[in-house]
Design a protein around this ligand. Structure first.
Ligand SMILES: N[C@@H](CCC(=O)N[C@@H](CS)C(=O)NCC(=O)O)C(=O)O
Length: 216
């Protein structure tokens, strides 16, 4: 069987989620860089793989998968160990809700194409673009803190990583990169640190997977 191929951009949150999940499942893969700043995602040959012109795309077992949560769902179905969801349906719904706060409600507002639209067609200055970013991330992380704290253990739910942590860690990396204040989210800061002590998370970090030529 050929090695899975991940079309990847080192600082993409959605790719970072998939890298963590692949590492947690112990699946080796080849990363093919797609440089978003060079708009390689918009090239016809890449769009043929991913019609939304997004990374990640994962080619695995003869399938081409898109959308990070759908990819992780496939990995979970085919490689159930270690599980990324708790078995109890109520707990599972809670974990999925935490993941969706990040993946559906925070991240899409801060996607590169959205930020480019603010500064391009809407002609907003860099300060407005940064304010937009920080506002939606801070608001979303505050809600996530309130939702997660009562049931958090070592990780966002319990003492083993779940899909919620897989989504949290890239968003925290991104928040720090854009200098979002994290004082009000102590549970998220603590869990992020705990997760980053695991090899599967650490090896997926953008600094560890950046192409050699990239140093910014
Ligand atoms: N919902 C998608 C989002 C994917 C996504 O937003 N990818 C970003 C990078 S994190 C991207 O490819 N952006 C390209 C662009 O904005 O032009 C997923 O989870 O896979």
């Amino acid at each position: 069987m050929s090695q899975p191929v991940l079309y990847d951009y080192f600082r993409s949150s959605a790719c970072y989620r998939v890298r963590i999940a692949l590492n947690l499942k112990g699946i080796a893969y080849e990363a093919v860089p797609v440089n978003l700043l060079e708009r390689e995602q918009q090239a016809d040959d890449y769009r043929a793989r991913n019609p939304q012109a997004f990374v990640p795309t994962l080619e695995i077992d003869g399938q081409r998968l898109v959308q990070s949560l759908a990819i992780i769902d496939w990995l979970e179905a085919r490689h159930p160990e270690p599980p990324l969801y708790p078995a109890d349906p109520g707990a599972r719904a809670h974990v999925l809700a935490l993941a969706l706060v990040v993946a559906c409600d925070i991240h899409p507002l801060n996607n590169l194409r959205v930020l480019r639209y603010l500064s391009g067609p809407l002609d907003q200055p860099q300060e407005a673009r940064d304010a937009w970013y920080r506002h939606w991330v801070a608001e979303g992380l505050a809600a996530l803190e309130t939702m997660a704290a009562p049931r958090a253990g070592r990780f966002l739910f319990g003492d083993a990583p779940t899909l919620a942590d897989v989504c949290l860690v890239p968003q925290m990396f991104n928040a720090r990169r854009f200098e979002v204040l994290l004082d009000g989210v102590p549970t998220l800061v603590r869990v992020d640190a705990a997760a980053n002590r695991l090899d599967a998370f650490a090896a997926a970090h953008p600094d560890r997977v950046a192409p050699a030529a990239v140093n910014s």
